[in-house]
Design a protein around this ligand. Structure first.
Ligand code: LLP
Length: 417
């Protein structure tokens, strides 16, 4: 690595570990806004956008909004010049509300409910530059029925997938995209009624450096397809998102330069712009979750259980994917003795544990814990199961601002009649 590169990476490091967050500031925020509380650092979101754009200078970089749809995040990402990839009508509405224009918005329809198509087609009348990505002939027919003849992209099932867990490996799963063997004819048939602008594939989510061969294979297949369709003069080949981040403290960050090079190599010569749509990479290490210890239960028979006020309803990833998130006790000095703990939430379900048998600086009741890499698929997957209101969220701009207030108990029953 040259001196210039190392200076640049220290200004915008490829990973922000939990230990790099200012413990005093986080503790102050927890005291002011109470817990559970998500904290999103918009400066770090900006850095992540810039690192992606620097690594893929010729590509169209689109943020997969599903990782975090908060308005402040969408505005920040949009301000950095990224497009916004949306998974639903709700995300499309959020993208426009955050200042995006039609050309910035890609709506990826997966078995879309009628209501979603109605909203998006309505939007398209005012914003004819938005793009709809379809993964089934049915969706194409349903768009045609609604009078849509705008920008269309065809999602292809590349037949190969990767990801941090089988539940997030999309490529090769029948649910997503038109089968590779049918892709060319689906694209050609759609040409008569739509402005076919691109092809799309997504291998999966949380792809690590070790999965690069799967990524290469997906991109290679998309390159081949693009060449087979070269007479159509496609605008872009979107190879999806999935860029992994290191959740464990000793895991190295993805080398974006290597990924970018592998992507360009595998794509080969195509007369269309490369597009990528990372979600996690943009927001994961820009967010932490703060939670307070309310119970410390020691016994001779079992490990020590540390009860906290955040649960699987606040951060679902550990329960759903056995995901690892680093945890730091903000209320003690770093030299405090570590003990083995199981950290568990308030939900009446065994899966509601953040970690098991993990060394943690000895916690006491009232201590505030920070949970790392909570910016992606954190608040976004929060629910009100067990009638637990969703948490509040503060953004650092860099001054802290309450971006989402805590849901109230009254709000839980508002829809009932
Ligand atoms: N593009 C498409 C079409 C996608 O389906 C996804 C993610 C992305 C882009 C962005 O993937 P990313 O860069 O964020 O890996 N809740 C799970 C992740 C589900 C991802 C679903 N699709 C988790 O917490 O790990």
């Amino acid at each position: 690595m040259s001196a210039g590169e190392s200076a640049e990476s220290s200004a915008n490091p490829p990973v922000r570990r939990l230990s790099a967050w200012d413990a005093d500031e986080l503790a102050r925020l927890a005291a002011e806004h109470e817990t559970p509380l998500y904290v999103m650092d918009l400066g770090r979101v900006r850095e992540n956008c810039r690192r992606l754009r620097d690594a893929f200078p010729d590509a169209d970089v689109r943020y997969a909004a599903k990782a975090h749809t908060g308005r402040a995040v969408l505005e920040t990402v949009h301000g950095e010049g990224l497009g916004i990839e949306c998974a639903s009508a709700g995300e499309v509405e959020r993208a426009f509300a955050a200042g995006a224009s039609g050309e910035d918005v890609q709506y990826t329809a997966v078995n879309p409910p009628d209501r979603d198509l109605d909203v998006v087609v309505e939007r398209w009348h005012d914003a004819p530059d938005l793009t709809v990505t379809v993964g089934a002939r049915d969706t194409i027919d349903r768009l045609r029925d609604r009078g849509f003849d705008g920008r269309l992209c065809v999602r292809v099932n590349p037949g190969v997938g990767a990801g941090h867990h089988e539940k997030v490996t999309t490529g090769g799963h029948a649910k997503f995209g038109v089968p590779y063997a049918d892709a060319e004819s689906v694209v050609r048939d759609a040409r008569d009624d739509f402005d076919v602008v691109g092809i799309h594939a997504h291998a999966g989510s949380g792809i690590s450096g070790d999965d690069l061969s799967a990524h290469r294979e997906v991109v290679r297949r998309m390159g081949d397809l693009a060449r087979a369709l070269s007479d159509l003069r496609l605008e872009f080949v979107d190879v999806g998102g999935g860029f992994g981040v290191p959740y464990r403290e000793d895991e190295p960050p993805l080398d974006l330069g290597t990924v970018a090079e592998a992507t360009r190599d595998a794509l080969g010569d195509v007369d269309a712009q490369l597009a990528i749509e990372p979600g996690r990479y943009v927001v994961a290490d820009a967010g932490v979750l703060l939670t307070t210890v309310n119970t410390v239960k020691e016994s001779d028979e079992y490990e020590t259980v540390v009860g906290i006020d955040a649960g699987m309803t606040t951060l679902l990833r550990p329960a759903m994917y056995d995901a690892y998130h680093a945890i730091r006790n903000l209320s003690v000095n770093d030299d405090e003795t570590e003990i083995d703990v199981t950290v568990a939430g308030p939900i009446c379900e065994t899966s509601d544990v953040l970690c098991e048998h993990r060394p943690l600086a000895r916690p006491s009741r009232g201590d505030v814990l920070a949970v790392g890499n909570a910016g992606a698929y954190g608040y976004e997957m929060a629910s009100t199961y067990n009638s637990r209101p969703r948490p509040a969220e503060v953004v650092l701009e860099p001054a802290p601002r309450l971006a989402r207030r805590r849901e109230t108990l009254a709000a839980l029953t508002e829809l009932e009649r």
